[in-house]
Design a protein around this ligand. Structure first.
Ligand SMILES: Cc1ncc(COP(=O)(O)O)c(C=O)c1O
Length: 234
């Protein structure tokens, strides 16, 4: 944030844009949206947030990380994916009517594109209904996060949990081991992450049970930091 502020304070351009993920997909950490909103008031930039990993998961109504932080009014444009928490396909842009009109008439990827298919829209409406009515699903995910943290002693803050393994060979080996043990844990490799910081990316969901989490932590134990591995075996 201090680097951003120093860039902003040294920037003489009248129109500035700051674009950020809300929940970073490879490290599982949150962008400090309330602090970004404060900087927006101070420096007057356009704030664009990609809430792909927060929509449906965070906030009382599943409205995402801006809802969770209570700073929706301070964000100019929020984009999101429907393929993650929504279990569908496509994406959305949430913005003011003025921005909407501009994007519809000038946004190049939008021109000549067909609308989303009706079955997708119907599934999405169902997902929104479930998200609003069945908040227990969200609570369960966060309980899983706490349980995973208590078993591993890892300092995690979201259901996206990176387990850094190192080389590509090592992470593929770990992935194969977990797959044989019944867990699909995606190995993340360059260019998505820097070389030698290949990682297993654990994604917890409300479809998992506490028993799944316990068995997953056991299966992961060779790749957890030593203190974590011994904790998980207790
Ligand atoms: C932060 C972020 N935004 C957008 C997307 C794109 O989502 P989709 O695959 O639904 O187009 C992804 C996909 O992983 C993502 O991680």
């Amino acid at each position: 944030m201090s680097h951003l502020e120093s860039l902003l304070s040294g920037c003489s351009m009248a129109k500035k844009v700051v674009v950020t993920d809300s929940l970073f997909s490879m490290d599982g950490d949150f962008a400090p949206l309330p602090e970004l909103v404060k900087l927006r008031s101070k420096y007057g930039f356009l704030l664009v947030v990609d809430d792909a990993h927060g929509t449906f998961l965070c906030g009382e109504n599943g409205g995402g990380i801006p809802e969770m932080f209570g700073c929706e009014d301070g964000i100019d444009i929020c984009v999101g994916s429907l393929s993650k928490g929504g279990g569908c396909q496509g994406g959305f842009i949430a913005c003011s009517t003025r921005w909407k009109k501009l994007i519809i008439s000038r946004g190049r990827p939008f021109m000549f594109s067909s609308a989303l298919p009706l079955p997708i829209i119907a599934s999405l409406l169902a997902a929104i209904h479930v998200s609003k009515k069945e908040g227990w699903r969200r609570s369960l995910v966060w309980e899983h996060v706490k349980y995973f943290a208590s078993l591993t002693k890892l300092n995690i803050t979201s259901p996206i949990i990176p387990i850094i393994v190192g080389t590509e060979e090592a992470v593929l080996k770990a992935h194969r081991h977990l797959h044989r043990s019944g867990f699909l844990v995606i190995p993340i490799r360059p260019p998505v992450v820097p070389a030698n910081s290949c990682r297993l990316r654990v994604s917890l969901s409300s479809a998992h049970t506490s028993d799944d989490i316990k068995r997953l932590v056991d299966a992961l134990s060779p790749w957890l930091p030593t203190t974590c591995a011994s904790a998980s075996r207790l």
